[in-house]
Design a protein around this ligand. Structure first.
Ligand code: GAR
Length: 195
């Protein structure tokens, strides 16, 4: 079966990347194959996770030449789908257009709550706790030029508990929602492309 060649863009720890690698290892991504991992942070532990899994891992300096370098890598690998997994740089409208409908992002809230410019990582969970919501969660959406505003592919709700800190809530949202829906959404989109 033909698989969609997938690139994963990362900036940090890479637990979502790990969830994708593990899902692929369990045979849960029959229509997608992770071929390339690119980080804009040299110290990102995600790069080590990719190397350990035998996936091409590249660091590109987070400067004005980043996207030109990224495009070269994407083309070298024949990339068909792109996953943003904790990737904290905004992609240009040009690059998004080139891969229109084929870039997905995981966001740690139930969009349209706590999303858009400035809402990333722990800040999202700090905002959810300050607002006092009882339910939060994660969203996987198609990336469009406006941050976190593209069509929603999947969402999963997660309970906020008494005594939660941003760190505790972040961990629960990752475990119960992000690591579940990101591989599922990638497979869904890949199947649409290849199935
Ligand atoms: C994840 O919680 C992801 O949803 C979030 O950053 C974290 C990365 O963790 N992304 C955003 O906030 C994007 N707006 P990871 O590197 O362990 O996957």
């Amino acid at each position: 079966m033909l698989k969609a060649k997938t690139a994963v863009l990362v900036s940090g720890g890479g637990t979502n990347l790990q969830a994708l690698i593990d899902a692929e290892g369990r045979g849960e991504l029959p229509h997608a194959e992770i071929k390339l991992v690119v980080s804009n942070k040299e110290s990102a532990y995600a790069l080590k996770r990719a190397e350990d899994a035998g996936i091409r891992a590249e660091y590109l300096k987070n400067d004005a030449a980043f996207e030109a370098g990224l495009l070269t890598l994407l083309e070298e690998e024949g990339t068909e789908l792109i996953v943003l997994a904790g990737f904290l740089r905004i992609l240009s409208a040009d690059l998004i257009k080139r891969y229109e409908g084929r870039i997905i992002n995981v966001h740690p809230s139930l969009i349209p709550s706590f999303c858009g410019m400035g809402f990333y990582g722990l800040k999202v969970h700090e905002a959810a706790l300050s607002r006092g919501v009882k339910l939060t969660g994660a969203t996987v959406h198609i990336v469009t030029a406006e941050a976190d505003a593209g069509p929603i592919l999947m969402q999963k709700a997660v309970e906020v508990k008494e005594g939660d800190t941003p760190e505790i809530l972040q961990k629960r949202v990752m475990k119960e929602a992000e690591w579940v829906i990101l591989p599922a959404a990638l497979e869904k989109l890949a199947e649409k492309l290849k199935g």
